[in-house]
Write a protein that binds this ligand. Structure first.
Ligand SMILES: Nc1ncnc2c1ncn2[C@@H]1O[C@H](COP(=O)(O)OP(=O)(O)OP(=O)(O)O)[C@@H](O)[C@H]1O
Length: 300
């Protein structure tokens, strides 16, 4: 069984002229979990992954896999598998041939190609030319390349982008299964909603800087809870809520009281002698918390 290794970024900075694409990023990605690397377009995700894979040299800081820089890994392909962008495949060549060539070049046996094809569900299509592949099949083939050396660490840039619902379900199950085998799985996305059901942990960057890291639930902080409440005497309710120091917005279905819990709002209404017709605790969605963290850019 391949070993999942931690990924460390230590004070990693990459400047392109005046642009700090990545700015003093320090974070650890643990094995056995699926970690979502999130941020709006241009936040610096691809540059960070490229530094991790030795494709771009950091201006300062170090990125390591199990304590070793990619360039110094004794056996890169069996340590870390990566798929950075939609790889261009020769349309006239079969998927199996593409993989066989890559396996041979890396000193892996031919069986590695068939195993990778099977792992991504392309075993029945491996002898077809890639030119006839759908986008989803190409994505699977890209993943097969990443899996060729059966690595313990998987780094995938936007792997869900362009997949149909069935493909999304499939990759979700695959990544979760691989994490439960103890592998380290890092996947980037500019949309939290796209990876929300796949990831255990999130690392969020904006303008090259780390803005949040933790498990998915940590995004759903309690101070982002609100209460939806209504009464026949809505004006009286609004006055009582405001007098207790809460801010609210008025919706068609009632008031939405910010940063409040249902028990407290219920008591305020009771004390004011206002019978309620509705009292519901609302959580601000994860997506909204995410957008609040990454700022306006998040809506791109
Ligand atoms: N080779 C380069 N030369 C100059 N600027 C670059 C280069 N590569 C990236 N940048 C800049 O660095 C910033 C971060 O880009 P990066 O591609 O890492 O972001 P990203 O989060 O991956 O976004 P996307 O999802 O759109 O690819 C952007 O402002 C980009 O224009």
């Amino acid at each position: 069984m391949p070993t999942g290794l931690p990924i460390h970024f230590e004070h990693v900075t990459k400047a392109f002229g005046a642009v700090r694409a990545v700015d003093d990023l320090s974070v650890t990605i643990e094995p056995g979990r699926v970690t979502g690397f999130l941020g709006p377009n241009g936040a610096g995700k691809t540059t960070t992954l490229r530094m991790l894979l030795g494709l771009v040299r950091p201006t300062s800081g170090v990125a390591t896999i199990g304590g070793t820089s990619y360039r110094d890994l004794a056996s890169p392909l069996t340590t870390v598998g990566a798929s950075l962008e939609a790889t261009s495949f020769h349309p006239g060549r079969t998927a199996r041939n593409h993989l066989l060539i890559a396996a041979q070049a890396s000193g892996l046996p031919a069986t590695a190609a068939d195993e990778a094809l099977a792992r991504v569900g392309l075993q029945d299509y491996g002898r077809r030319r890639v030119g006839g592949y759908s986008l989803g099949m190409r994505q699977r083939l890209g993943l097969a390349f990443a899996l060729l050396g059966d690595p313990g660490v998987l780094v995938l840039d936007e792997p869900i982008n362009g997949l149909d619902p069935e493909g999304i379900k499939w990759i979700r199950q695959l990544l979760r299964a691989m994490a439960s085998e103890g592998r380290t799985i890092l996947i980037s996305s500019h949309l939290l909603s796209e990876v929300q059901q796949t990831v255990d942990e999130v690392v969020i960057i904006a303008h090259g800087k780390l803005v949040h890291t933790g498990d998915l639930a940590s995004l759903d902080a309690s101070d982002t809870m609100s209460v939806q409440v209504n009464a026949a005497d809505r004006a009286g309710l609004a006055a009582a809520v405001a007098a207790a120091g809460y801010t609210y917005s008025e919706m068609r279905a009632g008031l939405v009281v910010d940063a409040a819990d249902a028990a407290t709002i219920g008591r305020i209404a009771f004390d004011a002698g206002i019978p309620l017709t509705n009292l519901t605790q609302k959580r601000v969605g994860l997506e909204e918390s995410f957008l609040a963290l990454v700022g306006e850019e998040g809506s791109l």
